[in-house]
Design a protein around this ligand. Sequence first.
Ligand code: UDP
Length: 236
Amino acid sequence: MEIKEMLYEGKAKQVFATEDPEIVMVHYKDDATAFNGLKKGTITGKGVINNQVTNFMMQKLEQAGVPTHFVQELNERDTLVKKVQIVPLEVIIRNISAGSFAKRFGVEEGIVFENPTIEYSYKNDDLGDPMINTAQALALKLATPAEIETIRTMAFKVNEVMKTFFAEVGVDLVDFKLEFGRLSDGTIVLADEISPDTCRFWDSKTHEKLDKDRFRRDLGGVEDAYVEMRRRIFGA
Ligand code: UDP
């Protein structure tokens, strides 16, 4: 497949056109940002791990009946995906309190919920991705009622598949962010990435953080945490 011009450059990824108008190539970088771009850095080897972890999870989810944008891993940092129009909502599922949830509601991190929560942010960097509810998302025509219903159902399904998988490798899936896209025919598919950049992973026994919080909070051992997550998923 011939790779053409760069269409878009984000904080952690670049997207390139291909000869097929329905397919784009994602290139994963080692660049890391946090706090809406305020904190910047590099996590050496992150791009390779996020590419591999994302593709592993996307294929696992496809097998479980969740449609995704995944097409084919080309090499360590490059993957072909179906071209989508991203629905401008970040969908956050939580199983355990942490991060902005703990802060917003004044509770400690680590409260295990009886049922997962769902919340949405409006994907808009200028506004700092404000929290939005589904009625507001509908008012702004960010998605149709049917799309929001599909996204909600798919997000909880993703949680069940991922929670079960990570439990088997000794990791608690604390929370994560998903993005969805529309194919040219309007079908909603899971898009973007699923990686230690976009999920909180805690070791089930020690509760050690194995995700981007090590970068956000200057905890050290950032690269090692990503390598450890790769080891848990793929073995040594
Ligand atoms: N998250 C993300 N991108 C964002 C915001 C959050 O991938 O722009 C992920 C984050 O890694 C975590 C989950 O979504 O796994 C919930 O994040 P939270 O709302 O607690 O925000 P944070 O504390 O990271 O600012």
